[in-house]
Design a protein around this ligand. Sequence first.
Ligand SMILES: C[S@@+](CC[C@H](N)C(=O)[O-])C[C@H]1O[C@@H](n2cnc3c(N)ncnc32)[C@H](O)[C@@H]1O
Length: 257
Amino acid sequence: MKKEEILKEIMKKKEFSRLPKKDVELAFAKFERRQDSDEEKVRLTRELLHKVYSSFTSLKLLSPKNKTAEWVLRKHLSTRERLPYYDEIYSRILNNFGRRVSIIDLGAGVNGFSYNYLKEQTKKVDYFAIEGVGQLVDLTNDYFAREKIKAKAINMSLFDIDEIKEIISQTDKPRIVFLFKTVDSLEVLEKDYSLKLINEIAPFVDLIVVSFAVESMIKRQRFHANRKWITDFIQNNFKISDDFQYGGERYICFEKK
Ligand SMILES: C[S@@+](CC[C@H](N)C(=O)[O-])C[C@H]1O[C@@H](n2cnc3c(N)ncnc32)[C@H](O)[C@@H]1O
């Protein structure tokens, strides 16, 4: 099969049908030169894409019908674990900001459904979710429309660094970028990409909040060992304004020096 046909075949599966093609290509590139059959390369690429984009998402989220925000937040592993702590988390992050703020949520998943928790902290929130899984983007935009929330989810790859900078620079200041539980996914497809992304967007924003899991029921040990690469990078290059933990998730808030 030609490369284009293989990419099409990979994306035939509903789960991957709305991913940015660029990301599918990046995943396929990991297996392209192998001595395996095309079928095996399709299988391996799908396995990798599942790990990066959809392993934390309940399939029920791909075709839900008018569910409440809480139902959705409970159907995604990341937001489910965060749900009891949203008030505390957002209060801490928005603590030093005034009555209005723009939030750009990179690799948002369904975190847009936590908009009302954000709104409790400040009078005006301009919220933008950037997410690779098209179905989650539609789900979030339907919710915003239904609830008459002036916010927007955008189906885009986080590997499109120039477009992301463009979106950020069009938002009103002050700006906060969320990168919640997403750096691992980026690293799987391109080593050190999350560091590059942070470096490139930092000049445009007032605060970046990176979060990652520090506890896992399954691999508690490995999680601790793996985090030094990002914590050292942040410590050495930025000014950390807060660093806290809720529900097995650590949040590091930092800004340019
Ligand atoms: C573990 S989930 C976290 C979701 C959300 N940030 C949260 O913590 O609630 C990672 C999310 O990042 C998205 N993602 C990963 N790599 C991406 C990329 N290159 N472009 C766009 N989205 C990406 C995945 O589709 C997934 O929704």
